[in-house]
Design a binder for this molecule. Structure first.
Ligand SMILES: Cc1cc2nc3c(=O)[nH]c(=O)nc-3n(C[C@H](O)[C@H](O)[C@H](O)COP(=O)(O)OP(=O)(O)OC[C@H]3O[C@@H](n4cnc5c(N)ncnc54)[C@H](O)[C@@H]3O)c2cc1C
Length: 443
């Protein structure tokens, strides 16, 4: 506990801010979390779709999300809240099964190497090249000296058009949300290595059995309040008061609140707006101003309840839709979520056109399905920062040059792309800084 007893102000109630607040509250540090929206969760929040509670965008977690899984356990979320399946990839091109990859029950990385070797839909040459790439990543432990684009990396590693189209491009879009030609090879290599080469369970796919709001924000809120923390919804942090390189206070819609310690866990755009006018934060703001963003569209399609996919999710190539999720596992039989990551021609379509185009692609892939009776498109224009080559150099560290002020969020220098895991880790890092500097940061 600090000498002044003032709560740590956490601005932003996305997964980063919640992670920070839980971490602090669990250690007896008073926290006050302020969220601009009327609900918690940020980009991974609950959205109402008629009677149904769905997600702001369909999300997938993987076994390598250790910080997220630890956090869920800490706030009392039972393991059954996530459906865990071993790594399995099924990719359709129209109605045709273009790729089928199954990881056998072997220790990493053999589960992956054997999965690649047995992959159906790839020629012997394709599989040899994919295995060679796997060995390259393993030899470097996922750390690359140069940051080329993923397209250049795959070319240099002799990846065939089939492996690029059916495997690496879908994985790059799903993890970095950035087109191959611009995506950072360094981050891609790190993500592949961490997910696929360390431990078999890290590559498991985890599907939420409840909406995202019920998965983390609701129980995190209960945990924070139970541990004496305070949560204010519907109020925005509008400014920072800094003097002699020390945080003094934050402003909230005209009100000034004494706050010698704060964590900004807001979006990169909001972080830039709050930091840009303060000289000690100008270098950090310059980097943020150059950080670009990428969209994600989720199209929810309601079919009759009996409609189902053979797996919780399948890949699709050759059209707009990249992944199709069956929400049956979340108790929503017949509801499908089609995901389109990153920029593309679909961003020029209006919602009705996009919904129709995606519905038509699904009908080609599943000719026996009836037409959906409801379609809803959710677009997040700034879903994630663009994880392009060199973007790591633009991402700010958690500790800032201003005493008492720390940053959290998926865009901070986590080394990972914009993911739930990056957000949760960043919150934990910021909370640890607060704990380490509790006395020094007290004016
Ligand atoms: C459609 C979509 C699909 C995705 N799919 C996946 C996936 O499958 N797997 C995965 O791991 N990740 C996925 N992501 C990424 C993941 O959702 C994000 O990385 C993560 O939610 C970011 O959390 P955050 O807390 O860093 O930021 P945010 O969620 O943006 O939280 C910031 C919060 O701050 C609040 N705020 C902003 N300004 C202020 C202010 N001035 N004062 C107070 N509060 C403020 C905002 O309202 C928001 O709640 C996806 C993202 C989207 C949009």
């Amino acid at each position: 506990m600090s000498r002044d007893g003032k709560p740590v102000l956490v601005a932003g109630g996305g997964w980063a801010g919640l992670s920070a607040a839980v971490h602090l509250a669990a250690r007896g540090v008073p926290v006050h979390l302020v969220e601009a929206a009327r609900q918690l969760g940020g980009r991974a929040r609950r959205v109402r779709l008629g009677e149904l509670a769905v997600d702001n965008g369909q999300h997938l977690l993987i076994g390598a999300y250790h910080a997220t899984l630890d956090l869920l356990e800490q706030i009392g979320v039972p393991g059954e809240a996530l459906l865990r399946t071993p790594l399995q990839l099924d990719v359709l091109a129209g109605p045709r099964h273009a790729l089928q990859l199954r990881a056998p029950h072997l220790p990493a990385p053999f589960h992956l190497l054997l999965a690649l070797w047995r992959a159906r839909g790839l020629t012997r040459h394709d599989r040899r090249r994919a295995l060679a790439f796997g060995r390259f990543l393993q030899g470097r432990r996922g750390e690359l000296a140069d940051d080329d684009s993923v397209a250049e990396l795959l070319r240099a590693q002799g990846q065939t058009p089939a492996t690029v189209r059916l495997l690496w491009e879908p994985l790059c879009l799903a993890t970095l949300n950035t087109p191959l030609a611009r995506a950072s090879a360094r981050v891609f290599a790190r993500v592949l290595y961490d997910a696929l080469f360390r431990a078999r369970r890290d590559s498991d796919l985890l599907f939420a059995r409840r909406d995202l709001g019920a998965l983390l924000p609701d129980p995190a809120m209960a945990f924070i309040e139970h541990h004496g923390g305070r949560i204010t919804l519907g109020r925005r942090v509008t400014g920072l008061r800094i003097a002699r390189n020390r945080l003094q206070a934050v402003e909230m819609d005209g009100e000034t609140i004494d706050a010698p310690r704060a964590i900004l866990a807001v979006s990169p755009e909001q972080c830039l707006a709050l930091c840009r006018h303060h000289a000690p934060l100008s270098a950090l703001a310059d980097g943020l101003a150059r950080l670009d963003s990428q969209p994600i569209c989720t199209v929810y399609l309601q079919y009759p309840q009996a409609t189902r996919l053979p797996r919780p999710a399948i890949g699709m190539v050759g059209g707009l839709c990249q992944w199709l999720f069956d929400r049956r596992h979340a108790g929503q039989a017949g509801l499908m979520a089609a995901v389109i990551s990153a920029e593309g021609p679909h961003m020029a379509m209006d919602n009705a056109e996009l919904g129709e185009a995606v519905g038509a692609e699904i009908a080609r892939a599943h000719p026996h399905w009836p037409a959906p009776h409801a379609v809803r498109v959710i677009r997040e224009k700034r879903a994630t920062f663009a994880c392009v080559r060199g973007s790591d150099t633009l991402r700010p560290a958690s500790a800032t040059p201003v005493r008492g002020l720390y940053l959290a969020g998926d865009f901070t220098a986590t080394g990972y792309p914009a993911t739930l895991e990056g957000a949760v880790r960043s919150g934990r890092v910021a909370a640890r800084h607060i704990l380490e500097n509790l006395q020094e940061d007290t004016p």
